[in-house]
Design a protein around this ligand. Structure first.
Ligand code: SF4
Ligand code: SF4
Length: 287
């Protein structure tokens, strides 16, 4: 079983469009949406939720007013300004460090489990999909990503799937690192703008740092052929296979609006290029 992660250094590069098309083109797979901060793969794959699970984030402090004597120690020691003068904890500011709990002379502070989000096991017409939603202003997206990855792996093993196709988060932070752990290949989606190139190069470096194989694709390559050439040279110099190049086409946006994977929505040049990429990807994974 091969795990394929689709990532990009920044959002808006077409990562999810490509993942949705892979979900449509690959057989016998499990799909995982690890972009838990801004999940949108569901808009293209229309999962029907079969199981809904709570995700607990950091425990947050809570002050029992019946025990609190109002000594003010907790307010003094909280470095995050999370405790008000009325001795109430703001759960958004609380970092769960527990210092106040240890400092309180009358044990009036307890740490309460914090429901930080949910993850789902769903059915789609393309197979099982594991996805999640992080609560507003919640952190710990890395841990939620790990949960989604773990569940996807369990279902892949149970169903003897050949692939796990993962829509990764943008950027290079903790959720990306959690997405990269143990994948067989990271496909970096690049677009030919200078900032897009730099972001994608950074995320490639992170993947390589963790010993993950990296391959690239260039989306909307024709909007700046000069920068596309820069990317091609960079891939050559760094020995990174370029598995696909896709034209800019307004039909791509139209397919998103219509909520359909691109390769099902149209059969134009860009859809054919994505199909060729899927063939290249399968071949590359077999080596
Ligand atoms: S340290 Fe304990 S007793 Fe003192 S104000 Fe805070 S919660 Fe109340
Ligand atoms: S757990 Fe830490 S961050 Fe939260 S209120 Fe207590 S001292 Fe402040």
């Amino acid at each position: 079983m091969k795990q394929i992660l689709v990532i990009s250094g920044k959002g808006g590069t077409g990562k999810t469009v490509i993942t949705a098309s892979l979900a449509s083109l690959f057989e016998n797979k499990i799909i995982a949406d690890c972009d838990v901060d801004a999940a949108d793969l569901h808009l293209l794959l229309h999962p029907r939720i079969k199981q809904r699970h709570q995700f607990s984030g950091l425990a947050k402090a809570w002050i029992d007013p019946a025990r609190c004597t109002g000594c003010g120690e907790c307010v003094k020691v909280c470095r995050f300004g999370a405790i008000s003068q009325k001795f109430e904890v703001d759960p958004i500011s609380c970092e769960g460090c527990r210092v106040c709990m240890f400092k309180c002379p009358v044990n009036a502070i307890i740490m309460k489990e914090n429901r930080a989000g949910e993850y789902y096991i769903s059915e789609t017409q393309y197979g099982i999909m594991v996805h999640a939603k992080l609560g507003i202003a919640e952190e710990n997206s890395g841990r939620l990503v790990s949960t989604v990855r773990q569940k996807a792996k369990e279902y892949a093993e149970k169903n003897k799937a050949d692939y796990i196709i993962i829509d990764g988060p943008p950027g290079i932070g903790c959720p990306v690192i959690a997405s990269l752990a143990g994948v067989d290949l990271a496909v970096v989606v690049m677009e030919p703008s200078l900032s897009g190139i730099q972001d994608a190069q950074r995320v490639s470096d992170v993947a390589k740092h963790f010993g993950i194989r990296v391959a690239c694709v260039i989306n909307k390559y024709d909007i700046n052929l000069e920068n596309t050439e820069l990317i091609e040279n960079w891939c050559r110099e760094n020995n990174l296979p370029l598995l696909g190049k896709f034209l800019f086409d307004p039909l791509v946006s139209e397919s998103i609006v219509q909520g359909r994977p691109l390769v099902e929505y149209c059969d134009n040049d860009v859809a054919r290029q994505v199909k060729e990429f899927a063939v290249n990807l399968k071949r590359f994974l077999s080596f």
